[in-house]
Design a protein around this ligand. Sequence first.
Ligand SMILES: *Cc1c(COP(=O)(O)O)cnc(C)c1O
Length: 382
Amino acid sequence: MFDDLHLDHILLTPGPTPIHPRAQRALMRGMLGHMDPEVFALNREIQADLRVMYGTRPDDFTAVLAGTGSLGMEAGFANLVEQGDEILVCANGSFGRRMAEMAARYGARVRLVTAPLGEAIRPEDVAAHLDGVQMVAVVHGETSTGVLNPVPQIAELVRGSGALLTVDAVTTAGMEPFHMDEWGVDYAYTGAQKCLSAPPGLAPVAISERAFARYSARRTPTPLWYCDFEGLQDYWTRHTYHHTVPVNLHFAFHAALQAALEEGMEARVRRVQEVGAAILAALAPLGFSHYVRRPQDRLPTVLALRLPQGFDDAGVRLALRQREISVTGGLGPTAGMIWRLGLMGEAARPAPYRALMYALEGILGESRLVARFDEALEGVLA
Ligand SMILES: *Cc1c(COP(=O)(O)O)cnc(C)c1O
């Protein structure tokens, strides 16, 4: 019976990530009403902690939306785009293209800046298309390819232009440096189930004063009533009813976010890097190599590895799944060519990846994977 609970299932996917034990426990808490004073107090703590995580100004608005990361993405375009606006979208993977599609649905004229698959957006390409643009949108860490886009450099260009900057921080905020105010980001969002290892169903967002000013100047109300910025403020700031927030998810999210802040960003960055290096040290002798060619383009939290020649991608991943280990392959053009190993939140720990190495030894008939993995970890720890 307990087997069916999948308590020992090992999630190495680029989202969702394993739920943090403190978040798991918080899910057990009894139900409270969404208008309960205790819930409002908890919400205030979530808002304060999110300001720290995103690096906002002290008074900037933060909240969690009742939906996944994609709702965070959609809410930004719904509130900040109007019919006929010129929006520049950096699209070098499937999440960048999702942004472009959403912006278009809210009436934007979309200018695409692209890059070859597996490469970062070039800031000079953004600079060349900035003229007359009302917003620039970019995915910080493109999960579909394991590419890190140069957000600080892009932000510097955008700052002088008067355009707003929307950043998808789903694979970075909470795990990698993110400095909303310092960089000049106006709207940022993530998903609870990625870098924070909370259950899916919440999208933490941060909104700058400039973004609110743009929202206030709208000619028509946003077509997305559910996430109207004003409606969010009704509940989160003025404590009046807007819609019933998923209180139990707030409990779990609060616990996971506090755990992340207590650990500290430096320690989190370090374990991503250490576990990532150990994975590569273990697998490189088998012929695995970085998919993203330029080191500065590599997203630390999604390790994209090119598979060895003749590697049975589907067969090996099925054998892993039978051993309760989930690994994600490529998407679209990279299907069968790469693995995307998640190093977000609780996935970026030695134990789950040591389990992967042990399982691969059995499946592939190899012998030194665990040893190489451990030696690499000891090397960095020594
Ligand atoms: C996962 C992801 C999303 C979408 O989040 P959902 O929670 O699946 O809706 C958006 N952007 C990036 C970069 C992601 O990795």
